[in-house]
Design a protein around this ligand. Structure first.
Ligand SMILES: C[S@@+](CC[C@H](N)C(=O)[O-])C[C@H]1O[C@@H](n2cnc3c(N)ncnc32)[C@H](O)[C@@H]1O
Length: 237
């Protein structure tokens, strides 16, 4: 099953991911600046960090005065998120594809899900749960791999399908196979609309200046073609 492979991969790369996350160019200087901008002013806001990884987003948002709960499929990631942040009980192991039964409806101002929705095959149940736990006018912010980038990168022949794909990550000490689901643009936008959200903002980010000296090759490429995109959706009522 794909989920077991995904879990195994993240368990094995968690320590190294955590060691790199503060300055890893694609995260620190490409994904996070645009995704954090979509969150706007977070002071006093209750935020669910879904698939929080080692808790880097939580660390930044807590410093800005947000109230955070975070979960992840990987127990090692949760251990690291607890170590990085003060209140360990705010971070727990949970699967994005399972109902968020630990939270009442209308609990959060915002749900953040950075670089993780591509591990979920059918987005409807997950987005319905985001809707349920959000307060009226609450917002979801997600970042994901750009569908046009993935179509090319994975040499897909089936643009319109949601299909399992895999690649090898080489920047975490040893080669690690990463499995995920590639999907067309329609399958990113429509689940939000079908489940009561309005898309407020869509961003195709460019890397910020700090990226350039760390990784000039990808800096050039990302200024020519996007690898990630992000969006903010608001709960309709
Ligand atoms: C690329 S990392 C992103 C971590 C964090 N959001 C960030 O941007 O720093 C993807 C994370 O998604 C988690 N993940 C994958 N599938 C998941 C699932 N079904 N439920 C919850 N977390 C999942 C992985 O364990 C990993 O920590």
């Amino acid at each position: 099953m794909l989920k077991e492979k995904i879990l195994k991969a993240y368990e094995s790369l968690a320590e190294e991911y955590n060691a790199q996350i503060d300055h890893k160019p694609h995260n620190a200087y490409y994904d996070r600046p645009s995704t954090l901008a979509l969150l706007e002013d977070v002071k006093g806001k209750s935020i669910l960090d879904a698939a929080c990884g080692p808790g880097k987003y939580a660390e930044i948002l807590l410093k800005e005065g947000a109230l955070i709960k975070g979960f992840d499929l990987s127990p090692k990631m949760i251990e690291l998120a607890q170590r990085r942040n003060s209140n360990a009980s705010d971070f727990f192991v949970h699967d994005l594809e399972k109902p968020l039964t630990m939270f009442k409806k209308k609990t959060f101002d915002t749900v953040l899900c950075a670089l993780a929705m591509h591990y979920v095959k059918d987005w409807n149940a997950t987005i319905q749960e985001f809707y349920r736990v959000l307060k009226p006018k609450g917002k979801v912010v997600i970042s994901i791999e750009h569908p046009f980038f993935e179509y090319t990168y994975f040499k897909s022949k089936k643009y319109f399908e949601v299909e399992p794909v895999k690649c090898t990550w080489n920047s975490f000490g040893k080669p690690i196979e990463i499995n995920s689901y590639r999907r067309p643009l329609f399958e990113i936008i429509q689940p939000f609309i079908d489940n009561g959200f309005l898309i407020e903002k869509l961003v195709e980010p460019k890397p910020v200046a700090e990226f350039q000296h760390l990784d000039p090759k990808h800096f050039k490429e990302l200024n020519e073609f996007p690898a990630f995109m992000a969006l903010r959706a608001v709960k309709g009522s």
